[in-house]
Design a protein around this ligand. Sequence first.
Ligand SMILES: Cc1ncc(C[n+]2csc(CCOP(=O)(O)OP(=O)(O)O)c2C)c(N)n1
Length: 320
Amino acid sequence: MNTNTPSVDPLKLYEQLLLIRAYENAIVDGSAAGRMPGTCTSVGQEATAVGAVNALGANDLILTNHRSAGHLLARGADPGRLLAEVMGRRDGYCKGKSGSLHIAAKELGVVLTSTIVGGELALAPGVALAESMLGRPGIVACFFGDGAACEGRFHESLNLAALWNLPVLYICENNQWQAYVHRREAMSRERVADWAAGYGIPVRSVDGNDVFAVLDAAAAAAAQVRESGRPVLLEAMTYRTRGHLEPDDQGYVDKTELAAWLARDPLSLCRERLIAEGHLDAAAAAAIVARVDERIDAAIAFADASPFPAAEELLRDVYA
Ligand SMILES: Cc1ncc(C[n+]2csc(CCOP(=O)(O)OP(=O)(O)O)c2C)c(N)n1
């Protein structure tokens, strides 16, 4: 642990991991049953979201991509309102108009979910510039994938943020996949961090399946952005253990590679450590699971009961 790591109850981190997994599994089951639309999940990547978001301060802003449920839930989003949004209902965070792929939640400081790959990278320097010009204290956390890093806007974004000294914490969730293409087939380097160094941006790499390691690394990186007023890139090595979107048979995935990552499931790693360090026993674990299940059941009931928006709402709050 470094001096910048906030003291967060480790059980809270574990509960957030479970909540994200349960929330996304509810969508997997709901979409398989035809009750909900299929969507992109972040199953396998929960530790990156929980570790990184918990390293941020209340004033910091978040821009994210099409796998944003973990970032939103770790930031305190209500699972019922989130699910209502996915289901296109009036009580969703964007009144049912964004679906899962465009959710913004101003009250949580989540500026954008971009389904345009790299859209969050294109906007992050602008948001950071606005923060700086308005004299606000927050930094901008920009979550993106290794696929987005293969796009031109990644390079434009990093170049500008470095040139203009913008307080952006770039967080690459390197989940090894870019839709149905393995990163090995698309990247000239092993690590996205190798590219960032070329722009003079300090980089850090971390085991993205270890929530405590991510919290530590993200806290150090966020402190570096805050102190220097300049960008830093954190690359979390993780794995998308479900398909690109639901449903997806993952027929293109190497079974051995998948099995190796499943053996390092972030929830199991966290649970084992909590037990080993005496933070968790069977009764406490069962209580957490029960609480999470109850929240998810309530979220489903809330979203189901929420009406679709009225037809007159169609063009309200829509800018383009
Ligand atoms: C500009 C653009 N090109 C292509 C797509 C189709 N697409 C959606 S997700 C995705 C893969 C993105 O990979 P990555 O950034 O690594 O994120 P991951 O899905 O692995 O989380 C692609 C190609 C898109 N949405 N936007």
